[in-house]
Design a binder for this molecule. Structure first.
Ligand SMILES: *Cc1c(COP(=O)(O)O)cnc(C)c1O
Length: 429
């Protein structure tokens, strides 16, 4: 090996792993174990004091899970990462070291529906809250920040509608306010965008989606850039003051750029227990090996399908940043230069009824509430994920009654288009 940094596809296969020191096994073994034998009492004490890195109990760390954390950290260009039981768990784990009761996160209005739910209601149980603003408007973000704000939160590519966030502009606002920026990079993946290069402090993933890539596991990852100075403002006592939850350790003083990662393991996973299991980590490690190949095909197919739909007279409009008609088209070059992702919405002439007929008549597409699968997926938000909202709220969320969302898979694109063609025929007959 040379000193030249390794390419994305090489890291996707090799980062975080080496032949197993015990057996020589080339693939990362699934360490299906709860606990690890200490060499002696002194070794145990050193591990518990974080003076030595090692394994204690699998609620905190496990070699298979650690391999995945290190691989995702390498792909995102981070200093460290932790794996969690789901994408939603990763979001709580990202906020946990930063927040105290009474603190808030300023978040984009354009987020995954489940995240809006989690931030609007559930986090209030911890005494946290969220303020939602339009992240296309840096002045509005600035105005929403108050003395209790501890983070900004947005998605690289937000669905529905395939909106691309100007991460550089948002990071500038976060920087000026001395706050960390958390970016959910699930729908872009590090193959399309590395948010840390655009100024993100933390990157969160639902590994359930493209990282694993085939709809087999539920998982999440938080990546820390290692670049944020938690001691600068006095706003982050869990990280940069004696932490009562860990015998008064000052994580920032003891661990520098690894403070967030170690706090998340030693306190977050220890006490919240949102741990990824080794079997799940194994599936995601296997998936990530082909992330670059898959994403290349995902975005190629999505671009072709979106262009085909936009030219079809049965279609009202297509909302996809890869099309020149999108208000976010200009951001592709800046944020996701290899493509605008593979998730977008389009509107069917004939409204709600035509959309329901469309999802009932697809054959190759699967009608599911998931995204980022090798398989092409379809959902009609107004009759499913967004059915509790009234029509005005559905329209605001980009999920109007005539809108269908697609997650384009890696099948032969001619077959994807043929399926949409026949189903649109039945839907609009
Ligand atoms: C799916 C998803 C989540 C939640 O992840 P889970 O693994 O389902 O908990 C969060 N953000 C985005 C963008 C998602 O697509």
């Amino acid at each position: 090996m040379t000193d030249k940094p390794l390419g994305f596809d090489t890291l996707a296969i090799h980062a975080g792993t080496a032949p197993d020191p015990a057996t020589g096994a080339r693939q990362v073994p699934i360490y299906q174990t709860t606990a690890y034998v200490f060499k002696d009492a002194d070794h145990a004490a050193r591990l518990f004091n974080l003076q030595e890195v090692g394994y204690i109990y699998s609620r905190l760390t496990n070699p298979t899970v650690a391999a995945l954390a290190n691989r995702v950290a390498a792909l995102e260009g981070g200093a460290g990462a932790i794996c969690c039981s789901s994408g939603h768990a990763a979001q709580i784990m990202a906020l946990f070291p930063l927040m105290q009761p009474g603190c808030n996160v300023v978040a984009s209005t354009r987020l995954y529906g489940g995240t809006i739910q989690q931030f609007s209601n559930t986090i209030r149980k911890f005494g946290w809250s969220a303020t939602f603003v339009d992240f296309d408007d840096p002045t509005a973000i600035k105005a929403a920040i108050d003395e209790n704000t501890r983070a900004l939160f947005c998605e690289t590519i937000a669905n529905p509608g395939g909106v691309i966030t100007d991460l550089d502009a948002v990071a500038k606002v976060a920087d000026a306010a001395g706050l960390p920026l958390i970016v959910d990079n699930t729908t872009a993946t590090p193959w399309l965008c590395k948010p840390i290069e655009h100024g993100a402090t933390l990157v969160v993933h639902s590994a359930t989606k493209y990282l694993t890539g085939n709809g087999t596991v539920t998982g999440g990852v938080v990546v820390d850039s290692g670049k944020f100075d938690w001691s600068a403002s006095g706003k982050f006592p869990s990280l940069a003051a004696p932490e009562p939850a860990y015998h008064g350790l000052n994580f920032h003083a003891a661990l520098g750029g690894m403070a967030f990662t170690f706090h998340s393991i030693a306190v977050g996973l220890r006490d919240l227990g949102m741990t990824m299991n080794p079997q799940g980590a194994h599936y995601t490690l296997m998936g990530i090996e082909t992330l670059g190949l898959r994403m290349q095909r995902h975005v190629e197919n999505a671009q072709k399908v979106a262009e085909w739909l936009e030219a079809d007279p049965r279609v009202e409009f297509v909302s996809f940043a890869g099309l020149k008609s999108s208000p976010w088209h200009g951001r592709v070059k800046q944020i996701t230069p290899k493509g605008a992702g593979a998730l977008f919405t389009f509107a069917v002439k004939g409204g709600y009824d035509a959309c329901v007929k469309l999802v009932d008549n697809v054959k190759l597409f699967s009608h599911v509430a998931n995204l980022g699968d090798t398989r092409s997926l379809i959902i009609h938000p107004a009759s499913t994920t967004h059915r509790q909202l009234d029509e005005a709220a559905q329209i605001r969320a980009g999920a109007a009654p005539n809108v269908v969302r697609l997650s384009i898979g890696i099948e032969d694109v001619a077959d994807i288009i043929a399926d949409l063609d026949q189903a649109l025929g039945k839907a609009t007959a």
